[in-house]
Write a new protein. Structure first.
Length: 186
């Protein structure tokens, strides 16, 4: 059974560094047959700026770590991808939620979009529970800011807030990152 850790924070708040440090610590303590770390990347690279961000993320983690790029349906393969791993980083849930929302038609009803994201989250959490190690779920704390001026932004904030509550309820620990500092909430 996994130890699930939710790491929330704003853009460039230190979420990924914190997750990578925790995973590296687990790796140092792990037995040889379970000493790998899986880095799960959910971003879709659609422009040069995003490609640059992804390149920086890749350069910032050990080359020995396994990388699994999956923008949707993580539940379908995460257990197999995590075989032999002592830690799994999912970077990040809000990008996964974005992918789910954007894969739907623009006219899709708000409730249907929220259900699509929460259903996929439920499947992911069930799959994560079967991983023997720590699962570090990184997510952007977008619901803490001003209410978005447009429909899609408001939907994204609302869905993120609901999903963060679901993850936090199931997580063993929850951290909020601010200026590179971790505040343990649970």
């Amino acid at each position: 059974m996994a130890v699930i850790t939710l790491i929330l924070g704003g853009t460039k708040s230190g979420k990924t560094t914190f997750a990578q440090d925790r995973a590296a610590a687990r790796q140092r303590e792990a037995e040889a047959d379970r000493s790998q770390v899986l880095y799960t990347a959910t971003a879709r690279v659609l422009d040069d700026e995003m490609a640059s961000r992804v390149a920086k993320h890749i350069a910032g983690r050990p080359a020995s770590w396994k990388t699994w790029e999956q923008s949707r349906a993580l539940h379908a393969g995460i257990r197999d991808a995590a075989e032999g791993c002592c830690a799994v980083i999912i970077d990040c849930f809000t990008m996964l939620a974005t992918n789910i929302i954007l894969d739907h038609d623009e006219q899709t009803a708000r409730d249907e979009l929220q259900k699509a994201v929460t259903d996929e989250l439920g499947l992911l959490l069930d799959a994560c529970d079967e991983i023997d190690g720590e699962v570090l779920i990184i997510s952007n704390h977008v619901e803490a800011g001003l209410v978005s001026a447009n429909r899609l932004g408001r939907l994204f904030q609302d869905v993120s807030g609901v999903c963060h509550q679901i993850i936090a309820a199931q997580a063993d620990s929850v951290y909020l990152m601010t200026a590179g500092l971790a505040q343990q909430l649970k």
